[in-house]
Design a protein around this ligand. Sequence first.
Ligand code: AMP
Ligand code: ZN
Ligand code: FE
Ligand code: FE
Length: 281
Amino acid sequence: MIDLHTHSTFSDGTDTPRELINFALSAGITTLALTDHDSIAGWEEAKQSVRGNLSLVLGAEISCLTSDGISVHMLGLLFDGANAKMAQMLSETRDSRIPRMKKMIELLNNEGIDITMEDVLNVVADGATVGRPHLADALVARGFIASRNEAFDGLLNNDSKFYVSHLAPTPEVAIAQIKEAGGVSVIAHPFASFRGATLELDAFEPLVKAGLNGIEVNHRDQTETERLQLLDIAKGMSLVITGSSDYHGAGKLNSLGENSTDPRQWELLEAMADQRRVVKQ
Ligand code: AMP
Ligand code: ZN
Ligand code: FE
Ligand code: FE
């Protein structure tokens, strides 16, 4: 079973890369991608933890913003981790997540919700990308809400008055950068409409021109109708079709392998990278 989108404690997942790999092995996953938000900090531990017949795909989920302000997540897989421009793009986004978090905290404080940056940093693992799920955890720890889910249903939703965006490359820039670093790009959950505004149909062509390789069609945040629309787009544009869990450990209900990628689609995708970079024991 092939699962091309998962998170560890190096972003907002709750399993370390080692734990993630162990869970993947027991869940019957044969090919697993580690795709922490805007970070490759978990790659080293993941590489060292690979065992059995598991194939490890190193990647990242890159936060992007279109010129219209629509949030897009781009999975970059199999790129060269030593590429300096890629590292810079990722670190700029990570850095800007700190003032962004402070602004969200300020907005919450203004409404009488007593939470501090220290509370948030207390629930962030060392070296992890800071995100809204951490703010949710801090709000849970302080007793304001019961769960991450409750936070995303209300206070921390994309449409909430407390929501603040952070610096991020456009999807085209991210795709070009992934390609330049030898990797492949798959747009993550593009029609997950309940999260907020999504791309229009005509937005895919410029992405394909920039070098987009695939579309994540099967993802729990997309309805059957949304998946069928994406399937049409993927087929019409000769893009690879993927499915994945977007596993976050205990941070979300998503379970490893709940959606997966067809081996033939993975074969096509892997062949689009500039070299073989899958890690085996
Ligand atoms: P950010 O990148 O800081 O804007 O936070 C977005 C992250 O929140 C994404 O990685 C999602 O996986 C996560 N997220 C979205 N909805 C939920 C939810 N209902 N429960 C937990 N995490 C969520
Ligand atoms: Zn996440
Ligand atoms: Fe995402
Ligand atoms: Fe994700």
